[in-house]
Design a protein around this ligand. Structure first.
Ligand code: KG4
Ligand code: ZN
Length: 405
């Protein structure tokens, strides 16, 4: 059985082909075209730019993937795409392409929840030993990709730019939402604080890089909602904002230019949102994200930037690790998994591994190249669902607010 999947929920266009035979699943192609450069100057994802780029990249990646996999479309047994959550105008592109291929070749279609893709990804194994760029972004092909075992019950921490979720996974499709963020997602907090500090986008890798060698105890940032299984990171972001003017050096944010609507990875632009969703949206000026290079330099001269990044990162890691372990213990689960872009963070991985080890809990994380958005995780979820007899109707709509449980 061979599955082709597309992922276009936000600003990455991705295509993967996964084959399942007697020796287990084998990832034949995994291609990602990143649009970071196209959105960076706006400080967030501009939905219309994202969908226009998906339209350009998707056919090119499809060609690249079938060539890399040496598998013509006629040999694909099912076509899958992310059906939510995400930006409506982006989701539509991948879902329409997958549905078109499914109809054209008379094969099943599967709409896959992006969050399910993330939360199953730690169950992949296998090194990516040949990596190749699609010429459009970062791409790679893993020659052998095995399933690490059944989807064992676990407490899954999904941490990305749009989501911070604690999910009790009892098995494939059996998910219970335990905790979620009430305001910013962890990745969003990294991105916003990086912007305040005059660092690049996406902010997580930048903050991690600048935190190296810094003192994580120098600044005492808040750990919000300690008694709850939910998360809140906007107080932490505000604490950094209030601290900056008190420091000997302050990064400058340029406030000029036309207002442009951008969206967080959660989905729709501000105008379309309601209630608490609005908290997650932001309007930025085109000039806001233009970095003042001297601000980073001035910061770097002291150790302030290093210590600030290390202290901020530690505040996030502390909260994520403490709550995940508490939930695993409460539900007597002996496996913790982490996935999503923020789970690339080496400090988070290290501290989660240490903390679970101390409690006798097993720990699995998605491989770093599977943490950020990709289509291999969508193909994997589709394959597991196909094996279990699931199919979607081609009339099924995308859902920008699709829930995992
Ligand atoms: O999973 P992902 O690629 O997209 C979403 O579904 O949101 O996650 C992207 C997020 C961004 O907010 C980015 O800053 C964060 O993941 N991220 C990191 C790291 N690498 C990516 N955050 C902290 N440390 C990292 N090394
Ligand atoms: Zn994601």
């Amino acid at each position: 059985m061979t599955v082709l999947a597309l992922e276009t929920s936000c600003d990455e266009t991705a295509v993967a082909i996964l084959r399942d035979d007697r020796s287990g699943p084998e990832l034949l192609a995994s291609e990602v075209a990143s649009q970071v450069a196209a959105h960076e100057k706006y400080g967030g994802v501009v939905p219309e730019i994202a969908s226009r780029n998906h339209l350009i990249y998707a056919p090119q990646l499809l060609d690249g993937a079938v060539a890399a996999a040496k598998t013509p479309f006629s040999e694909i047994d099912a076509f899958a795409a992310t059906s939510g959550p995400g930006l409506a105008s982006s989701l539509m592109i991948g879902a329409s392409v997958a549905k078109g291929l499914a109809i054209g070749f008379g094969k099943p279609y599967l709409g896959i929840n992006h969050l399910e893709g993330h939360l199953l990804s730690p169950f992949f194994a296998g090194a990516m030993h040949s990596s190749r760029s699609s010429g459009l972004g970062d791409g790679g092909v893993a020659s052998t990709m095995r399933v690490q075992g059944d989807i064992r019950p676990n407490v899954s921490l999904v941490v990305s730019g749009g989501h911070t979720l604690l999910v009790l996974v009892r098995g494939l499709t059996n998910y219970q939402l335990i905790g979620h963020t009430v305001d910013d997602a962890a990745g969003e907090a990294f991105d916003k604080v990086a912007k305040m500090l005059g660092l690049g986008y996406p902010g997580g890798p930048e903050i991690e890089k600048h935190a190296r060698g810094g003192d994580p105890k120098r600044f005492d940032f808040p750990r919000s909602m300690p008694a709850s299984e939910n998360f809140s990171f906007s107080g932490l972001k505000t604490a950094v904002r209030y601290l900056l003017p008190k420091l000997p050096v302050i990064p400058s944010e340029v406030e000029s230019g036309a207002v442009r609507e951008t969206a967080t990875r959660t989905g729709r632009p501000e105008a379309e949102r309601t209630g608490s969703e609005r908290i997650k949206s932001r309007r930025v000026t085109e000039g806001e994200f233009q970095r003042d290079p001297s601000s980073t330099l001035r910061f770097a001269r002291g150790d302030v930037l290093r210590d600030l990044c290390a202290s901020f990162q530690q505040a996030i890691v502390d909260v994520l690790v403490t709550k995940t372990i508490a939930v695993a213990q409460k539900h007597r689960v002996d496996l913790v998994t982490i996935s999503g872009g923020v789970s690339c963070n080496q400090e988070l991985r290290r501290q989660m591994r240490d903390a679970t080890g101390r409690k006798g809990i097993e720990f699995k994380s998605a491989e770093p190249w599977l943490c950020t958005d990709n289509a291999a995780m969508i193909a994997f979820a589709a394959l597991l669902r196909l094996r279990a007899g699931y199919r979607s109707k081609v009339t099924e709509e995308i859902d920008p607010n699709l829930k995992v449980a």
